[in-house]
Design a protein around this ligand. Structure first.
Ligand SMILES: Nc1ncnc2c1ncn2[C@@H]1O[C@H](COP(=O)(O)OP(=O)(O)OP(=O)(O)O)[C@@H](O)[C@H]1O
Length: 238
């Protein structure tokens, strides 16, 4: 039976005076992949920012394995085991693939938590191993995305947050990212922000759907698909 690993409970977040997240609650169970869906501007990235401490919630709680994170700094949250694969990848183009992974490496995790090594990343992404001495800026879009995922894993997370990994990639590469996610979800619990509904439905176990900063659906992928016609209006065009 999967247990709750990461949970948002009645999270409210603001950009200045602008109230963007309204009582947002959803949770990621251990060993699962939760797709966070919603059209442009629905608040998906803001949820990620609230979890990782870039935009601390003004009210509500974020917990990781029962530990409250909402008052922690981004560095403490990262060390607690929340890994981020940011929107736009944010790799260092003028460093090599290997250096990009090395600079992302976190401290040794506490006992009981997996420590990810470059060898682990190379095993999941053989193409990164082949290109380890190449400058990251010279990689294809799909390879850069793999490197961004590798960098997230190098922080030794318990949970990996991925913000739109398919953005800007050709359909064939999006399929490849889908295959990577299928393999990766056997190794780590994932929150996946996605605009590409096909990709999200392929890999998700659970779904949380946002509209204007409010959760309008939260449940399993199958429950979501049963109600998809009714929920369609909350989704962007995929
Ligand atoms: N730095 C900011 N300052 C002020 N408002 C912001 C800021 N970032 C986002 N917003 C607003 O917050 C709301 C939620 O944006 P958010 O980026 O979380 O949406 P999203 O679902 O991730 O959309 P997208 O798919 O376009 O990334 C939007 O109305 C957006 O205009």
């Amino acid at each position: 039976m999967a247990t709750e690993l990461l949970a948002l409970d009645k999270v409210n977040a603001f950009y200045g005076d602008s109230h963007v997240l309204h009582d947002v609650s959803f949770s990621l169970r251990s060993g699962r992949l939760l797709a966070l869906l919603g059209r442009n501007g629905a608040g998906k990235s803001t949820c990620i920012n609230a979890i990782v401490g870039f935009l601390p919630p003004r009210a509500g709680s974020v917990t990781l394995a029962g530990k409250a994170l909402q008052k922690c700094t981004p560095e403490q949250i990262c060390r607690s085991g929340v890994g981020l694969v940011p929107q736009g990848r944010r790799i260092f183009p003028s460093l090599t693939v290997r250096e990009n992974l090395e600079v992302a490496a976190g401290r040794n995790p506490p006992p009981g938590r997996r420590r990810w090594t470059r060898e682990d990343i190379n095993q999941i992404f053989p193409r990164l191993k082949e290109r380890q001495h190449q400058l990251a800026g010279s990689l294809s879009g799909g390879e850069q995305q793999m490197l961004a995922i590798g960098r997230g894993l190098m922080t030794n997370p318990q949970v990996l947050l991925m913000d739109e990994p398919s953005e800007g990639l050709a359909p064939q590469i999006v399929r490849e990212v889908g295959n990577v996610l299928e393999a990766l979800k056997r190794e780590i619990s994932i929150v996946l922000v996605e605009q590409n509904l096909g990709l999200a439905m392929k890999v998700a176990d659970d779904v949380a759907l946002l509209n204007t900063g409010r959760v309008v659906f939260s449940g399993t992928r199958d429950e979501f698909q049963e109600r998809q016609a009714e929920l369609q209006g909350h989704l962007g065009v995929a």
